[in-house]
Design a protein around this ligand. Structure first.
Ligand code: SF4
Length: 224
């Protein structure tokens, strides 16, 4: 038997059925007595909200969520990243799934394919003007999230951003998500530099916490 504090001066007795259950952030007795577990549960709610917002946008545009995500990615990234291989790594899905998505987007006249001269099986993907229009509209699916974030003051936003970046960095190191183009994983990033806690060698400048990037066009992956 383990005792978990519920609130000051009170304890709730929880029988430990199994280790997994003991640590579950969804076990309400544990969740309601521990801030870490409540933060994990809260992140799960936010991720659920992302899925719902994306799903609603997809229905409005008669596309699937992965088709929407692909269009938004293509709109915002340079040509060398607009390949089947890169998209598969970006979304943690198979190349076959990406190829199917690209085929459908092509049939809907939302993208075009530019085949390589040296290898006619490989191609880069470009948005058509119709695809560009839909990507612009679809990328606003996160709009509801701005209202609570705008209410935070600057130090709160900086701290929130830093915490999120550290969570993402940890998830990448743990092998759960791949391919992050953030400062923490970049060959040009210098932590604890004499000019500041965060320094970019490429831009040759100190980065304020609020300037740390989550998706940088100049990012070069640090060797493992
Ligand atoms: S190149 Fe971009 S990702 Fe890399 S350290 Fe500089 S700002 Fe950060």
């Amino acid at each position: 038997m383990v005792r978990y504090p519920i609130f000051a001066g009170q304890f709730y007795i929880i029988p430990v059925i199994a280790n997994g259950m003991k640590n579950s952030p969804f076990n309400l007795n544990i969740q309601n007595s521990d801030t870490d577990h409540r933060i994990v549960a809260a992140l799960e709610r936010v991720s659920q909200a992302f899925r719902i917002m994306l799903w609603n946008e997809s229905k409005n545009l008669s596309l699937t969520p992965i088709q929407i995500q692909t269009l938004i990615f293509l709109q915002n990234h340079s040509e060398e990243k607009r390949t089947v291989t890169y998209l598969a790594r970006e979304f943690n899905i198979t190349k076959a799934t990406v190829s199917d998505t690209i085929k459908t987007l092509h049939q809907k006249e939302l993208i075009t394919r530019q085949y390589q001269q040296e290898d006619t099986r490989s191609y880069t993907i470009h948005l058509s003007s119709k695809g560009n229009e839909i990507a612009t509209k679809a990328s606003l699916f996160t709009r509801e999230l701005f209202a609570p974030i705008e209410k935070l003051n600057s130090p709160e936003k900086e701290s929130f951003l830093l915490n999120l970046l550290e969570i993402i960095h940890h998830l990448q190191k743990a092998g759960i998500i791949s391919l992050q183009r953030m400062c923490f994983t970049c060959v040009h990033y210098r932590p604890d530099h004499p000019k500041g806690n965060h320094f970019c060698d490429l831009l040759n400048m100190k980065l304020e916490t609020r300037e740390l990037r989550i998706d940088c066009p100049e990012h070069e992956e640090k060797p493992a």
